[in-house]
Design a protein around this ligand. Structure first.
Ligand code: PLP
Length: 402
């Protein structure tokens, strides 16, 4: 069989069996390469609720790598809201929103999100990844152009690619580069898209400049505030509140419910035309089952806590200050971030992995982030802080880093 193949062609296998073998060998080779490059990704299994202390392999670890910035994921009010909704509505929603899966809990959450963001309407998506794929695809198509910050979240870049629009990536947080590209563009429809808080660096986008540029060049602006909602702004409304930008300046606001809100899911908030367009055309909204109603109920409880427990934001800010001051004294290379995302740049992939392992052995959980998630040569320890960290937790982390 093999001999026959070789006679016909060296590179082209001649039977289905051989083609399958080629596929397996290719996959094995790329897995091996990943391992050799210290880029192999693995998972840890956690045997406790999310929190600043987690249990892994029977050991209690101090965690600095959750996006549960306010400590809401196991808050009693979220759990109660979820239990009550399960008792009333059961587990699954049973269908897509446009069929029979749009339950009262989803509707109430959308109304609460519109109110929370101060926008006419909001639309619930199952995940942030899906929201970003759906929105860009619904707004743009062939002949249009989407301008994205080079460091945007993968879901925004994927959304841009999938939309069929021309994708232009401008230099990170570089308004001049964006302006040059907008000036040169002939596209009739243009959408500028940026993370509000960049997920791997923790810095905030130059939002007022982006808004001014979008206005001047007849582009719409979309901000993904996955890491800003609940955390930034005097009332926890996110990076747009902090920058003082309204629906007119930023027509498309996307936020997630799985980070500071401690639940799961995402939303897009904007005006009537935007939301109705998404309901008609966002494929990741139309062709998927609505999230479990209990998740929506928990998210609504989280929104109430953002107002009722403002001390969580204050506490988080104090923790960020304590960490940065301590790290500066140790001479660690901090990034310019005032958000709960405080990465320590390491550079080399193997180094980042070794440092994370050393911390793990000392009871501290921090994830090493390597390419392709971040640019080549910028592997880092992505430290994230929570309102639930106490001073002694932060001091212990600093001591270990020192
Ligand atoms: C986490 C994240 C997403 C994806 O949200 P999920 O709800 O986890 O799918 C999108 N954008 C940014 C900037 C994120 O950090």
């Amino acid at each position: 069989m093999i001999a026959h193949c070789l006679r016909v062609s060296v590179s082209m296998p001649c039977s289905e069996h051989d083609r399958k073998r080629v596929m397996r060998e290719d996959l094995q080779r790329s897995l091996r390469q990943r391992r050799e490059q210290h880029r192999y990704r693995t998972r840890l299994t956690v045997d406790s609720p999310q929190g600043v202390e987690v249990v892994i392999d029977g050991r209690r670890l101090l965690s600095f790598c959750s996006n549960d910035y306010l400590g809401l994921a196991r808050h009693p009010q979220l759990r109660q809201a979820m239990h009550a909704a399960i008792d009333r509505y059961g587990a699954g929603s049973g269908a897509a929103h446009l069929v029979s899966g749009h339950l009262r809990e989803h509707q109430l959450l959308e109304e609460a999100l519109a109110e929370f963001t101060g926008r006419p309407r909001a639309l619930l998506f199952s995940t942030g990844y899906m929201a970003n794929l759906g929105v860009i695809g619904a707004l743009l198509g062939r002949g249009d152009t989407v301008f994205e910050d080079r460091y945007n979240h993968a879901s925004l870049l994927d959304g841009g690619l999938l939309s069929g629009a021309r994708l232009q990536r401008y230099a990170h947080a570089d308004s001049d580069d964006l302006e040059r590209r907008l000036t040169a563009s002939r596209a009739r429809r243009r959408l500028v898209v940026s993370d509000g808080v960049f997920s791997m660096d923790g810095d905030v986008a130059p939002l007022r400049e982006l808004a001014a540029l979008a206005a001047r060049h007849d582009a719409w602006l979309m901000i993904d505030d996955a890491h800003g909602i609940g955390v930034l702004g005097a009332r926890g409304r996110g990076s747009l509140e902090a920058a003082g930008l309204d629906t007119d300046a930023v027509p498309v606001l996307m936020g997630t419910l799985g980070k500071a809100l401690g639940c799961f899911g995402a939303f897009v908030a904007g005006d009537e035309v935007l939301i109705e367009t998404l309901i008609q055309q966002a494929r990741s909204y139309v062709y998927t089952t609505a999230p479990p109603p209990a998740v929506a109920a928990a998210a609504r409880a989280a929104l109430r806590l953002i107002d009722a427990e403002a001390w969580r934001r204050d506490r988080l800010r104090a923790n960020i200050r304590r960490f940065r001051n301590g790290a500066r004294q140790l001479g660690l290379s901090l990034m310019p971030s005032d958000s709960p995302i405080q990465p320590l740049l390491v550079g080399d992939d193997a180094d980042a992995v070794a440092r994370a392992r050393a911390l793990y052995e000392n009871g501290i959980l921090v994830t090493p982030i390597r390419p392709p998630t971040v640019p080549e040569g910028t592997a880092r320890l992505r430290i994230t802080l929570s309102a639930e960290h106490r001073d002694e937790h932060i001091d212990r982390l600093l001591e270990m880093l020192g």
